[in-house]
Design a binder for this molecule. Structure first.
Ligand code: NAD
Ligand code: UDP
Length: 339
């Protein structure tokens, strides 16, 4: 395609990382992270094929791109083979919120495993780079802290989180087996909790739940004692990590942690949300989720050294933008287009 427009307003803050325009497949491109990635790639002048079955994604996330001649939406399930004619693949398709992935656990495992196989087959046949959105959940309820890439994890293989954790672990195995057996050009990122505009207000994750509850004046629901920790990364920082990993030499396969090392208890996070929203909500405790990881914090030395990457957006700054987004969602009665 010869059209080179830069109409996306959200992608100007970082320098370009791909030198030549490419045709890039983004699976899960209608979701939270995938839609931000589509924006970033379109902004860099690439042609983007967004493949999604809309299980947890939403058309509003890419509504601002539909008239762009370099953007195409393909409604398709990644578990079904797709011989896409592309130059690179980012594989993000998979529900990420625990209530979402546990609602259809068998489909979740299929999406992780068959979805990985199908993108790997395309990458192998075409000799192109393929990026896998893996997760800190491969570490399970970690006995090592903070988590380094060399840690093998502590996952319950028969619990309700296993469909996602074991699915993502199997996907990583497939990526490395394709790399060893066929020399496939792989990029495996282990993503830690990421937040920002375009999360679904009802996706059940802690960031969306707490902000929506606070804005509505409802009780904030802490599962368990609230002493469990998470480390929250703002979406723009994460997407920068994605494109840097993809642009790195073939010798950089990962796995590589991408996340913000700032670690907060869920209890402190709840108070922060109440304070930032000026809400009069109460904070209440509900039973803990089964197999809920107690502590989670990325060690990002590998990303710092290999990609010269680290997050830049402090939690308070990212939360303010996210609160503003959810506020607009609530006043407009649903997801906000191009938010
Ligand atoms: P999301 O639920 O917003 O997006 C996932 C997208 O994948 C949705 O658009 C959904 O419709 C699509 N999808 C699901 N199953 C599919 C299938 N079988 N075929 C085609 N499309 C399918 O989640 P997200 O937060 O944007 O996460 C994106 C990726 O990043 C996921 O792979 C997730 O595991 C990974 N990840 C996210 C986080 C995070 O904090 N957001 C953390 C770790 C890993
Ligand atoms: N959590 C909570 N209240 C909520 C939603 C989540 O206390 O309304 C807790 C959850 O038990 C976990 C943490 O917040 O300890 C992060 O949950 P989330 O679902 O966002 O992501 P996870 O890291 O568990 O995949």
């Amino acid at each position: 395609m010869t059209v080179r427009q830069f109409e996306s307003p959200r992608v100007t803050s970082y320098s370009r990382t791909h030198t030549n325009p490419k045709r890039i497949l983004v699976t899960g491109g209608a979701g939270f992270l995938g839609s931000h990635l589509c924006d970033r790639l379109i902004g860099e002048g690439h042609e983007v094929l967004c493949l999604d079955n809309l299980q947890t994604g939403h058309r509003s996330n890419f509504a601002h791109l539909v008239n762009n001649p370099r953007f195409e939406f393909i409604e398709h399930d990644v578990t079904v083979p797709h011989g896409m004619d592309v130059d690179a693949i980012y594989n993000l398709a998979c529900p990420a919120s625990p209530p979402d992935y546990q609602a259809e656990p068998i489909q979740t495992t299929k999406t992780c495993v068959l979805g990985a196989l199908n993108v790997l087959e395309v990458a192998k046949a075409r000799g192109i780079k393929v990026f896998q959105a893996s997760t800190s959940e491969v570490y399970g309820d970690p006995t090592a802290h903070p988590q380094l890439e060399g840690y093998w994890g502590n996952v319950n293989p028969v619990g309700p989180r296993a469909c996602y954790d074991e699915g993502k672990r199997c996907a990583e195995s497939l990526f490395f087996d394709y790399h060893r057996q066929y020399g496939t050009r792989i990029k495996v990122a282990r993503i830690f909790n990421t937040y920002g505009p375009r999360m679904r207000p009802d996706d059940g994750r802690v960031v969306s739940n707490f902000i929506v509850q606070a804005l509505k004046g409802e009780d904030l629901t802490i599962y368990g004692d609230g002493l469990q920790t998470r480390s929250f990364c703002y979406v723009d920082d994460l997407i920068e990590g994605f494109v840097r990993l993809m642009a790195s030499p073939d010798t950089v396969t990962g796995p590589i942690n991408l996340g913000n090392p700032g670690e907060f208890t869920i209890s402190d996070f709840a108070y922060m949300v109440v304070e930032m929203t000026g809400s009069r909500s109460r904070i209440v405790h509900l039973p803990a989720s089964i197999d809920d990881p107690h502590r989670r914090q990325p060690n990002i030395e590998r990303a710092r050294e290999t990609l010269d990457w680290e997050p830049k957006v402090p939690l308070a700054e990212g939360l303010a933008k996210t609160i503003d987004y959810f506020d607009r969602c609530l006043s407009e009665g649903g997801p906000v287009a191009a938010g």
